[in-house]
Unconditional design. Structure first.
Lengths: 257, 223
């Protein structure tokens, strides 16, 4: 029992030290942003530009499928701002009262494309309209429509083309859009449906087709502040929607909102 | 339950059964070698057998992809020679489950074989039994409780495989969505009732399996 006393004293000292560490002028807490996987290349640049303009700010970004991140916000994860690859997950959070509707902004647009390995000669290249010609043993990779907006767009578009049901046995679902891209890069899938911005810097895949026509989806990047988040969250989203933010987004291939 | 809800249950049981059929004989044979043979690299082989137990499933998944993927060391060969593609198939789920089940089978069976007296085997040999007959008619029958426990626990581990399966077999609804994968997707999409269904089934199944293994080999597990 006696041996417990020193360790208890040590623990008390430790707690006291940690408690004292908060200085008089507290730096603003780190802003925690949840961003769609499709933003993983552009976000670091946006954050860099934002911190350059506001040197006392710190931003931590977590990436994932928008549906997964939405689930984390619902579960109470300490997230201040969300930037999702579609309007639906943001609007769901707004209707649940977790994201402030006034903070909702469409910050960029994207395009849905069909990508695959470059193949030489012979058969005509795959297009969205000819996907059902994929041999039975081959796979078409799309995002899981339940959690990945790119997959939801793909499902809706393929449904409008009347191919969704026929394609079922050939589909393989990726947990986020980066995983979908990798399935095609590793040649495990003959083609993949991703955003055009995913092809930036990718040299081993080619764009086979782009979704067009009346039923073509118009993917949007939509942002919002989580209810109760600090003023910093609003400031960051204002920066992203500013001319400077739009310029960064455009340089990574995103279209105007 | 609808057919769509039953599928992951049937698939999981089928995958675990096939994984056990694949790894069971190998595991028992390895346990026998490790228990009886004394050779130079025995310790290294022992460590290699244990590895899938301590490595993260993502590491196993990575190894499986670089080995059996289309661009992998064996995957390309398999496709060119036999037209076999493993990634995104139930066969990939079987292989992933078999790999994680191996250490449990070997490490449960090995002590049971070690506990069989070497004198017993020596006597059998003096009475004219061939070495393979000694194994099949003396050693394994004497160690049957441990062998059974090893196989049953291996089945349970195969049933619960998640990470390597997700990487190697993918999450293809109606093809590779075993119960653990289905729990993950159902949770991610907020379908807690569906996740709970498989959580319940897996918990009860695993409890029954561990109880069965326990009664097969009480001395080894019930300490």
């Amino acid at each position: 029992m006696r041996s417990l006393v020193p360790s208890l004293l040590f623990a008390a000292l430790f707690v006291a030290t940690v408690a004292c560490k908060t200085p008089g002028v507290a730096p603003p807490p780190e802003l925690s942003v949840a961003a769609a996987t499709s933003l993983r290349e552009v976000m670091p640049e946006l954050v860099r530009a934002y911190v350059k303009a506001h040197p006392d700010r710190r931003v931590a970004v977590t990436y994932g499928a928008s549906g997964d991140l939405k689930k984390q916000v619902e579960a109470g994860a300490p997230i201040d701002a969300v930037l999702f690859a579609g309007a639906k997950p943001v609007d769901d959070l707004i209707s649940e009262g977790r994201v402030d509707s006034a903070s909702r902004h469409v910050i960029a647009s994207n395009e849905l494309v069909l990508v695959g390995q470059p193949r030489d000669g012979g058969a005509s290249p795959l297009t969205f309209a000819s996907l059902t010609s994929i041999p039975a043993a081959e796979k078409l990779a799309i995002g899981d429509p339940r959690t990945v907006p790119a997959g939801e767009y793909a499902r809706d578009y393929l449904t409008s083309l009347g191919e969704w049901t026929a394609l079922q046995p050939r589909l393989v679902f990726g947990g986020n859009v980066a995983a979908v891209l990798v399935y095609a890069r590793r040649d495990e899938a003959v083609a993949a449906v991703v955003y055009r911005t995913e092809l930036r810097g990718v040299t081993d895949l080619v764009e086979l087709d782009v979704a067009r026509g009346a039923n073509a989806p118009h993917p949007k990047v939509v942002a919002g502040s989580v209810h109760g988040a600090s003023e910093q969250s609003t400031a960051f989203l204002q920066f992203v929607t500013s001319a400077e933010g739009e310029k960064v987004l455009a340089s990574f291939g995103f279209g105007p909102p | 339950m609808t057919a769509d809800a039953v599928f992951p249950v049937v698939l999981s049981l089928r995958v675990a059964t096939l994984a056990l059929a694949l790894i069971g004989p190998i595991g028992v044979a390895l346990a026998f070698v490790q228990a009886r043979a004394r050779y130079r690299l025995r310790r290294l082989v022992d460590a290699l057998i244990l590895l899938p137990l301590v490595l993260p499933p993502s590491v196993l998944g990575f190894f499986l992809i670089v080995t059996f993927g289309r661009r992998g060391l064996l995957g390309g060969l398999l496709e060119r020679a036999f037209g076999i593609r493993l990634v995104f198939t139930p066969a990939a789920a079987v292989i992933a489950s078999a790999v994680v089940a191996l250490p449990i089978v070997v490490k449960t069976v090995q002590p049971a074989i070690e506990s069989v007296s070497a004198d017993l085997e020596a006597v059998a040999r003096t009475l004219g039994l061939s070495p393979s007959a000694v194994v099949l008619r003396v050693t394994l029958p004497a160690a049957w409780r441990g062998v059974l426990a090893g196989l049953v626990l291996g089945f349970a581990r195969a049933l619960g495989e998640f990470g390597a399966t997700l990487m190697f077999a993918g999450n293809v609804p109606g093809r590779t969505n075993t119960m653990p994968l289905e729990i993950f997707t159902a949770y991610q999409t907020g379908d807690d009732a569906r996740a709970g269904l498989y959580v319940g089934i897996l918990t009860v199944l695993s409890l029954v399996i561990v109880l069965a293994a326990n009664s097969a080999s009480p001395r080894m597990l019930a300490r």
